[in-house]
Ligand binder design. Sequence first.
Ligand code: SAH
Length: 214
Amino acid sequence: EGETVETSRGERVLVLRPTLAEFVLEMPRGAQVIYPKDLAVLLLWGDVYPGATVVEAGTGSGALTMTLLRAVGPAGRVFSYELREEFARQAQRNIARFLGEAGNLTLRAHDIYVGIPDGPVDRLFLDLPEPWLVVDHAADALRPGGVWVSYVPTVPQAQQTVETLQRSGRFAMIETIEALIRPWNIDGRSVRPAHRMVAHTGFITAARRIAGRA
Ligand code: SAH
């Protein structure tokens, strides 16, 4: 995690590995990455646990993929689908650099709007433009009680997602949230919120697969 090295001028320097949150903000990206404030919330709202089988689309730059891999641990599995080959390749490089060889990750060049070729799965994560097109496939792939999580930047997308989940009759406990984190400055007498924060990113919708209409 950390190592002390000596410079050529004899100064001792402590070198630290970046945290996952630091790494995702610095790594090369093809697609936009999910910010740490949302990655943190996605994990708990998606109820990810060690040993879980998770499907995710799209892979993008791999920020969520890495977060999921760490949370499911070596006993879990992550299947991640990406339409664009160059994004998948960049994600693979990012993941290998931070996590090393991830034997429990399967990356597929696949359009999830067409279907979910892996399963049954415990948790599903969607970061793509039209998550409502995945509702039927998700209901087929998720185990009863499994959790759906989707992430979209605009209100019409969130609304269409929720209305499609409601109409399907195969999901319940549908909830939409957004995460705001306000950093603080605590420095001598200057104790106040920071001047800047990441304002809008996306809306998170979570839902449970229920054993309703097959
Ligand atoms: N969550 C990622 C970012 C995803 S960006 C991260 O944290 O790094 C959205 C990605 O979804 C893009 O790379 C896009 O190519 C991919 N995508 C869009 N539609 C898709 C589909 N139908 N199936 C699979 N991937 C899709």
